[in-house]
Design a protein around this ligand. Structure first.
Ligand code: GTQ
Length: 346
């Protein structure tokens, strides 16, 4: 028996003997526990809307929105099977509501965002105010605010849900309550928060009711117009094109404390430089076509597709048409904890 075998056997024997005391040796897992750089188990993936839409609509005949509470197909990362997560910290799903349906009022500590994918005329009520949903609109549901959804539309309405479910699960701090009625009392007229907080004006007596933006719906018409104006006047960022963050107008910071949300315009023919950041990011194609190139492959995207780029995966965005991408990630959390990093090739 040589010394190496001897020490392997001695170590294995030692690990076996300490295991019943719930002890494990750090030196066997040091490199994985303190990696030189992030190596996410999440993988890049694209969900093609045209391919999944039939299955989503089929769910409408299987269960009502009321019975389901939220009739959603979860977009689960293939590298995170069983976790209901699209990145390590974020959840995404596609929610379907049919004409006349209601998704009853509840609240939870998880923060949610909606990006309207298909159909106009459903509504969501958040914290006493209702807003009608239109394609491309961005809507937030701050943690612990009552919210319910419904539809007066004459066709199915689908939106992308983004929530910090995995993050809240990690911290074991999830709470939820049902209101007990389908809809919450509406106490302000539609458009109230847009008038108060959506015009670079603020009420003098503004007192925050929660950590998220008091403006809860950001109409696509406005953000699209802003992007078009930027593109007329300026030079696109080499990696991102024309990219803006949705903000809380009371602070200038991110619209939600745990989720960063962004919108960007890639002009037709845009060839982006390589980019990676530590916040694994979910992208949704509001309009346009293009592809994102990784070191080992390319995904082609079109309107209404959703794709994910995990933490620290280098990618380049290309657009064959004028393209508008919505995206979200845990960036505000990483920044608050001084953990966020990015690397640009240009
Ligand atoms: O609309 O409240 O996709 O509570 C997952 C959990 C949506 C919602 C989801 C939720 C909701």
């Amino acid at each position: 028996m040589n010394a190496a075998t001897d020490s392997r056997a001695a170590r294995d024997d030692y690990y076996r003997r300490i295991a019943p005391q719930q002890l494990t040796p750090l030196w066997e897992s040091m490199a994985a526990l303190v990696p030189e750089q992030p190596r996410s188990p999440a993988v890049p993936h694209l969900w093609r809307y045209d391919d999944l839409r039939p299955a989503l609509l089929e769910s409408g005949a299987l269960i009502t929105a009321r019975e389901a509470v939220r009739r959603v197909l979860i977009l689960e990362n293939p590298g995170l099977a069983g976790s209901s997560a699209i990145t390590q910290s974020m959840y995404a799903g596609l929610q379907l509501i049919l004409p006349g349906e209601v998704a009853p009022s509840h609240r939870h500590t998880q923060t949610a965002l909606r990006l309207i994918v298909e159909g106009d005329g459903a509504y969501t009520a958040v914290d006493g105010e209702r807003v009608t949903m239109r394609r491309g609109d961005f809507i937030i549901t701050p943690g612990w605010t009552w919210h319910d959804h419904g539809s007066d539309a004459d066709q199915p309405v689908v939106w992308l849900d983004g929530l910090d479910i995995p993050l809240v699960r990690f911290f074991d701090c999830g709470f939820a309550e049902n209101l007990g009625t389908d809809t919450q009392p509406v106490v302000r007229p539609e458009g109230d928060s847009l008038a108060r907080y959506g015009a670079t004006l603020m009420p003098l007596d503004f007192e925050p009711r929660h950590a998220a933006s008091p403006l809860f719906a950001y109409p696509y018409e406005r953000s699209r117009d802003t992007l078009a104006r930027l593109a007329r006047g300026g030079v696109p960022d080499a990696c991102h094109g024309y990219k803006l963050q949705f903000t809380n107008p009371a602070t200038g910071g991110p619209a939600m404390p745990t989720i960063g949300a962004f919108i960007q315009l890639l002009p037709q023919g845009f060839v982006g430089a390589g980019y990676r950041s530590t916040d694994g990011t979910v992208f949704h194609v509001i309009e346009g076509r293009g592809d994102y190139r990784l070191d080992d492959g390319t995904f082609t995207f079109g309107p209404r597709d959703t794709f994910v780029v995990p933490s620290w995966v280098r990618h380049r965005l290309h657009a064959s048409e004028d393209t508008v991408l919505f995206s979200f990630s845990d960036r505000p959390v990483q920044r608050a904890l001084s953990l966020w990093r990015e690397q640009r090739d240009a």
